[in-house]
Design a protein around this ligand. Structure first.
Ligand code: NAP
Length: 341
């Protein structure tokens, strides 16, 4: 099958002809109709995660998919050939910039009925990230106040909508061109990061979802009240995360020291700092699909690319300027031909 992969870290993403995947125990073979790009894809390509996510080469990039079930492996009960699904592929088992993938049944969910394949492929990784940050980790409740950084990004566009659904008051930081988008998505306080210092305007917040660098992370502490939660998905990883992934001693020390400054500053203010690395979860994705079909959450698409322009799609995402998600059309009609299995 055709797939976009790297032959080694820091190497360009090129088209490869690779062996057909086969659905093993508990796995589902999906013909991928569409995918979307996440900043994680280019960071994997650069080798930034090789200490915690060891992959064999060639490595097919891509986490998100929407597509049609072609075959199921032994033990699969929830899905059958012909079902339309979407998913974020598990760390260690990624590879959705490809015609087909064998993916764990537990990572899959039925595609929202009201979305095209391209729209559905825009959601899995970012919506699971938003869910795990706001619902699971922050336990955000009605009436609480949350600051979501980069409200125009892949994660931010979904996080704003989810936080509003949970009844929170939402502030967000965006660039000038995206102020209108953030308001349309429901944000109550929209700050243009090029014109306004968020840390001077906001205070007494319950939760901050940080998607940006160390400078923004440090300033975010100032807007939180004692007992508040600073959840960062852009680092630095903390000792709890090192334990969660069973990191070796060296990696544990790197994470402990790398997060020392923010953890100390947070502790002084009575704030809980934590790093979150999302995980695939088909059950959570099914809950998200219900919100999509109810009209509560919609995907925001920055740009569409054809499969043969996958390297351009990665470049667009890596620019850091995407407004919502960069999506890739892998099959022309969303129902690719059945492979020989
Ligand atoms: N740990 C995890 O599990 C996890 C999961 C998902 C993502 N992430 C990480 O989280 C970060 C965000 O991911 P994403 O997919 O949302 O990224 P993205 O879609 O690439 O974000 C791009 C957006 O960020 C905005 N932006 C850039 N600088 C900004 C600033 N200083 N203030 C406010 N907005 C700014 C840009 O708006 P302008 O063009 O107007 O600047 C653009 O709309 C990335 O670092 C990613 O690797 C981590």
């Amino acid at each position: 099958m055709k797939a976009y992969a790297i032959g080694g870290y820091k190497e360009p993403v090129t088209l490869h002809d690779l062996p057909e995947p086969v659905a093993g125990q508990g796995e589902v073979l999906v013909a991928i109709a569409a995918s979307s790009v996440n900043p994680l894809d280019s960071r994997l390509q650069s080798g930034a995660f090789k200490a915690i996510l060891p992959y064999e080469m060639p490595l097919i990039l891509g986490h998100d998919l929407a597509g049609t079930v072609v075959a199921v492996g032994p033990g699969v009960i929830q899905f059958k050939a012909g079902d339309q699904v979407f998913a974020c592929a598990g760390n260690g088992r990624i590879g959705t910039f490809a015609e087909r993938i064998a993916i764990a049944e537990k990572d899959l969910a039925s595609k929202p009925i009201g979305l095209s394949m391209l729209e559905a492929a825009a959601l899995p990784l970012v919506s699971l990230t938003a869910w795990q940050a706001l619902v699971e980790r922050a336990q955000l409740r009605s009436g609480q106040r949350v600051l979501i950084h980069a409200g125009s990004g892949g994660v931010g566009t979904v996080a704003i909508q989810l936080a509003k659904h949970l009844g929170a008051q939402v502030a967000t930081t965006v660039g000038t061109a995206n102020v209108g988008l953030a308001k349309e998505l429901g944000a109550d306080v929209v700050m243009d990061y090029r014109k306004e210092a968020f840390e001077e305007r906001l205070n007494g917040y319950d939760v901050v979802l940080n998607t940006l660098g160390p400078d923004v992370l440090e300033k975010s502490l100032k807007v939180l009240k004692p007992g508040g939660k600073l959840i960062s998905i852009s680092g630095p990883p903390d000792p709890a995360f090192a334990r969660l992934i069973g990191a070796n001693w060296i990696v544990r020390q790197v994470m402990r020291l790398g997060s020392l400054k923010v953890r100390r500053s947070a502790r002084r203010r009575g704030i809980d700092y934590s790093f979150l690395f999302m995980r695939p979860d088909g059950a959570q994705l099914s809950e998200i699909a219900k919100l999509v079909d109810a009209g509560t959450i919609r995907p925001v698409i920055d740009q569409e690319f054809d499969f043969d322009a996958t390297p351009d799609a990665l470049e667009r995402s890596a620019s850091g300027r995407a407004r919502g998600k960069v999506v890739i059309r892998i099959a022309a009609d969303g129902a690719v031909g059945r492979p020989d299995v």
